[in-house]
Design a binder for this molecule. Sequence first.
Ligand code: AN7
Length: 346
Amino acid sequence: MGVIDRYAELLPVTDKTPRITLGEGSTPLVHLDGISRMLEIELWAKLEGCNPSGSFKDRGMVMAVAKALEDGAKALVCASTGNTSASAAAYAAAAQVPCFVLLPAGKVALGKLAQALMYGAKVIAVRGNFDRALEMAREAAEREGFAIVNSVNPYRLWGQRSGAWEICEALGRAPDWHAIPVGNAGNISAYWAGYKQYKELGKIDKLPRMMGFQAVGAAPLVTGQPCPNPETIATAIRIGNPVSAHLAKEAVAQSSGEFNSVTDEEILAAQYILSSKGGVFAEPASCAPLAGLIKLKKEGRLPRGITAVMILTGNGLKDPDTAMSQVGRPVEIGDSFDELMEVMKG
Ligand code: AN7
């Protein structure tokens, strides 16, 4: 069951909203035993890379596209650091509605680019950063009457609340800490709204602390000012002027949470730890929270024994180039058994 059917009662859907789905949501929540021991906490990972287009964006995109179809939109448009474009292109293909995606030229991970092109979207590389591409997409939407499916579209954040609901259902409560990467700041805001909605409905008693993690080179919510030239290896969160900054600040303030930043080196180290000690391959941006928890542990600021959930927002396969630049090549041998034994015993 997809997000709309599973949560129709909690979402702003009507009899006229088409019940589209690609099978998004209901992603695994996995306890990371080894990394929990290392950090002396109970650490859970929400595997959002298991969504149909490989990222959390599908939860909100299904709602945004359903609503666009309900309103008779003739085309979809978005700007994206990659995952939004892959998701929009997938749902547009399924609904057979035209889709334009604007990407910062040369700064989108290979897997995401391949997806947008394969799903048949009109892919436009803008020589500028994401923030400028978003301005252009918003203007095109306004002038041409296209549906904008970035998180400025309120239905995106509605659908993304479903992640919080699933976590509460799986744990029987909210976590103590909710650790999440922050780029355009939509997801942290959606999770906070989702947790609050569940509390108002009496489904949980306690709200989590919202812990948002950015990359040092693109950390406007940590520094308190827009970052004119964002730069990070975690291209998904290479964003200098988050559109949902106000909502994210509210979430962090209301929950006694915090924003923190981690270096590219810390992100890559966390990505390798997650893969090699956890068996979970997530893209670099998704590893900012683990990098952050490791950093807080070193600083003595990670309370022992807490239950923390990390949102692993995107699949590691999205960005094979960054992964390959971190790891060695395979050992190559001839087709002789002796050589194989030598390598295995070496
Ligand atoms: C893997 O695709 O902004 O703070 O255009 O792809 O809600 O923006 C992606 C963002 C985290 C940050 N992790 O979420 C886009 C885009 C991954 C992401 C984020 C993104 P927001």
